[in-house]
Design a binder for this molecule. Structure first.
Ligand code: GLY
Ligand code: MN
Length: 464
């Protein structure tokens, strides 16, 4: 948790943008797994954490946007709770640590909101993504589940996005720490990977590194020899010689800031020439993106610049043919990289995705493309210092997608479908770093960049 002035200042800046009505912010509750008392690890809502810093379940906050009065609603523990959880600080004491003067039992939240509704005041709330909070909002505000998303306050969404998008120095310090933990997590896998291991063994090692230092991984680990499946969470395969293992994983530190890195490792410790040819294209696109990313440039243009590198590289290998600019305009790169170049990162690994991807990743004058790949770009905005983004180009050979384009004749003038058949068992390559936009350009977050060149990877693997 940061100093209380950090939270006071954030809420003050929030009220500079939301000037009328009542702001309701719901924290998260415990979520049951397979029976009520067996719960998933608790994860606080990130906007609640950002504005109120309290990392405990069953809290809600109300801010009167006109008077500035702030309340935390929550229940103090009783003796039954103390028997199971031990003594807990009083809600009033917790609220004081983040500069909130008023507290009340959770049951009083309904009265508070009803009084505001009776006066015809607007209640601003963020789009709920957990069923518990959807039910709560229904009970508190009488909103139907189908209207809940559309009824969320656009003013509040935009205000929270504007604040959270630009990371403060204290946040960057935490993200650097998360990236250092992410480094340790990936480095352990690079060192331990051996042909004959089951993928899950590496997942266990990586997640163990994180659990030893932080609360949790920042998203379910992706680790697979079938890296052409972009988010492959099946880790049952035995690693065999000559394959590529895509490892996309991240850590959270106790403050809940995240990291997200991807490396692609040759299972036997050495890349084949065919693998190297594709790897170097992805690495060039990754390096280009970091060098091109700077204030004033849109990340959409960086995505398109990286796409050009990918298409040019594939043309050099004879996998596509034609004018590179024409191919990029036609979206040929989507066949090989059907995802965006990156996303915002912070308290969420896909930062604020719950608030709406377009509010978070698009400037008001930008519209989201429909094309495969570009349409999945989660961060298109003009870059400014303080943005934290991922740089994650990839090239994948997805037989079902290639066959679909082939049967439809889609971009047939550009794609060498015959030659692509020899890549059907290739898999995929993705290389992901985390970047901070600075006044001068972009820097990789964390103290050190994970090994990434062919030489660095080969010198790291299969050595003690
Ligand atoms: N690293 C996982 C993702 O960005 O979706
Ligand atoms: Mn990512």
């Amino acid at each position: 948790m940061f100093d209380k002035q950090v939270y006071i200042s954030r809420r003050k800046r929030l009220l500079e943008q939301v000037r009328e009505g009542v702001i309701l912010l719901l924290g998260n509750s415990e979520a049951s797994c397979n029976y009520p008392d067996n719960q998933y690890q608790f994860r606080q809502d990130s906007s609640f954490l950002y504005l109120f810093g309290l990392d405990k379940p069953d809290l809600a906050a109300v801010i009167d946007a006109e008077s500035g009065e702030e309340w935390i609603f929550g229940d103090d523990v009783d003796i039954d709770d103390i028997i199971w959880m031990g003594p807990q600080p009083l809600i009033a004491d917790q609220a004081a640590t983040v500069g909130v003067a008023n507290t009340a039992p959770f049951a009083r939240l309904a009265d508070c909101l009803k009084a505001a509704q009776d006066k015809g005041r607007k209640i601003h709330y963020l789009p709920p993504y957990r069923n518990h909070n959807k039910i709560l909002l229904h009970k508190l505000l009488g909103i139907g589940f189908d209207e809940m998303k559309a009824g969320a306050s656009v003013d509040l969404i935009k205000a929270v996005v504007a604040l959270r998008l630009i990371k403060e120095p204290c946040e960057i310090e935490e993200i650097d720490k998360a990236c250092n933990l992410g480094y340790a997590m990936h480095y352990a896998a690079m060192k331990m990977l051996r042909v004959g291991m089951v993928e899950q063994e590496l997942v266990g090692v990586m997640e163990g590194v994180v659990k030893g230092a932080g609360p949790m991984i920042s998203f379910p680990t992706i680790l697979s020899q079938r890296g052409e499946t972009l988010h492959n969470h099946n880790h049952a395969a035995v690693l065999t010689e000559g394959q590529l293992c895509v490892i996309d994983a991240g850590a959270e530190v106790p403050s809940h800031y995240c990291s997200d890195n991807t490396r692609t490792l040759p299972t036997g410790g050495k890349f084949t020439q065919k693998q190297k040819d594709i790897y170097e294209i992805v690495l060039t696109a990754n390096d280009y993106a970091r060098e091109a990313a700077r204030p004033g440039v849109t990340y959409r243009d960086v995505h398109l610049g990286a796409s050009k590198i990918i298409v040019q590289g594939l043309k050099n290998l004879g996998l596509v043919r034609g004018d590179v600019d024409e191919m990029v305009a036609a979206g040929v790169q989507g066949l090989f990289m059907p995802h965006g170049l990156g996303h915002n990162m912070g308290l969420d690994v896909h930062d604020m995705e719950d608030l709406g991807e377009n509010y978070v990743g698009y400037d008001p004058d930008q519209t989201r493309a429909k094309q495969l790949g570009l349409g999945s770009l989660r961060m298109a905005r003009k870059l400014v210092p303080g943005h934290v983004i991922t740089d994650e180009p990839g090239i994948y050979f997805i037989p079902a997608l290639i066959e679909k384009w082939k049967s439809e004749g889609h971009n047939a003038q550009f794609v060498n479908f015959d030659k692509l058949e020899s890549y059907y068992t290739f898999g995929g390559i993705r290389l992901e770093d985390d970047l901070l936009i600075t006044p001068a350009g972009a820097r990789i977050l964390g103290a050190k960049r994970l090994p990434i060149t062919v030489e660095e990877i080969e010198n790291t693997m299969y050595t003690d």
